[in-house]
Design a binder for this molecule. Structure first.
Ligand SMILES: [Zn+2]
Length: 132
């Protein structure tokens, strides 16, 4: 799989710090839960949280404005305990502006700054599908 979204350096995602596992890059590990949730409605209900967490941990893929929009949506949804349907409606509004939120720079020109997170996609990948 060609990884166009993350850059691994010294076995770690240079942006979120996820450790390369089973030879998979950060972005490749992210593909696994996307497949798992496809077959599991309970897991799929958490789709927004999975995707937005991943997006928030990789700001280089977005414009500054797009990133702010995402963080705002996440924060509002969390703080106000929005129901899934409402989140998805608001998320669709956001995604409809996606060409404005994606960083126009080619992948290898994007500036990536490492930030430390208490949890990254690596933990999700390692936990595996069975935990649901
Ligand atoms: Zn990463």
């Amino acid at each position: 799989m060609v990884d166009n979204n993350t850059i691994m350096g010294l076995g770690k995602c240079v942006e979120c710090g996820a450790k390369e596992t089973d030879g998979f890059s950060c972005y490749e590990m992210f593909q696994f839960p996307l497949v798992w949730e496809h077959n599991d409605p309970e897991l799929y209900a958490l789709h927004f949280w999975l995707v937005s967490c991943y997006m928030i941990q990789h700001p280089s893929n977005y414009t500054e404005e797009g990133y702010k929009l995402m963080v705002n949506l996440f924060t509002e949804a969390y703080d106000n305990e929005w129901h899934t349907e409402y989140i998805l409606r608001r998320n669709r509004d956001l995604v409809s502006k996606i060409d404005k939120i994606t960083n126009p720079l080619p992948n290898n020109k994007r500036k990536r700054r490492y930030r430390n997170w208490s949890m990254t996609i690596e933990e999700i990948y390692i936990s595996g599908e069975a935990s649901s």
